[in-house]
Design a binder for this molecule. Sequence first.
Ligand code: GLN
Length: 309
Amino acid sequence: QYIHAPDDLNRLLQDIYDEALTIKQGKVADYIPALAAVNPDYCALTLATLDGEVFNVGDTKQQFSIQSVSKIFGLMLAMERLGDDLWQRVKMEPSGQAFNSIVQLEWEKGIPRNPMINAGAILVSDVLVSHYSASKNAVLSLVRSLCGNDRIYANDEVHQSEKEHGHRNSALAHLMKSFGNIESDVDELLDHYFWQCALTMTCENLARSLTFLANDGVCPFSKKEIMSKRDSQRINALLSTSGMYDQSGEFAFTVGVPAKSGVGGGIVAIVPDFGVIAAWSPKLNEYGNSARGMFMVRELANKLGLSVY
Ligand code: GLN
């Protein structure tokens, strides 16, 4: 049974958050040097429900680097522009590999396994750069309108830092180009990809911006149809099978909702017909998912009985 009473939910979130603070394991991502500068002790948990209530505990107004959570926004625009042709160039299968793995891409002739791993999101960035006259503006206006907040930006320092150290992502892009699966200039599409990963948002921004995925594509606040029911179901399906990378199976098993993580320590979990949980804490587990974030999302989903299975 869902708990609807706001008082109960505030208490529950607070208890889960307090327990999360005792988790000390994990390591802040440092392969992007600018990310390593973040205070590792930050911790935030937001629940935005479809009836318009938002519950916040911890550092929910603090901006952080959303990193791979941005893969959702890029994919939305690529799906809109290419329609079903997109699926000729990227598959919809779980990878069973690390998020930045290269080997599989060579075996599979430059077709990424799904749009939620780096290779897939880099392919999506190629679609945006070659099909939108100003791809960054397109992403920015989408994200701003979803958040109802015009002051969302990408962090320049994180963008440049990843650009200087993103050799693995460059390798993925060049490998796909060698197989003929990339149309635009590699440097240009990588610049878009790194910029998109450097978007900064708060936990509350993230939760609100994705509520439409819990509501068949319709934003519950503005009542605007953001995408068709079919497409929102498809994005949720991809998040369920691939959103937590090589821990997606365990996440489905122990939590049971579509979700996406980023190496900035953010996690969003979509609970169809109920709302969105967003969690953030910078220290990551071995899969690149936030250690405290995993705990908080799992506890909240379990205590409220939210698994879709
Ligand atoms: N910008 C990061 C990268 O490309 C995103 C990865 C992530 O958040 N898992 O490595």
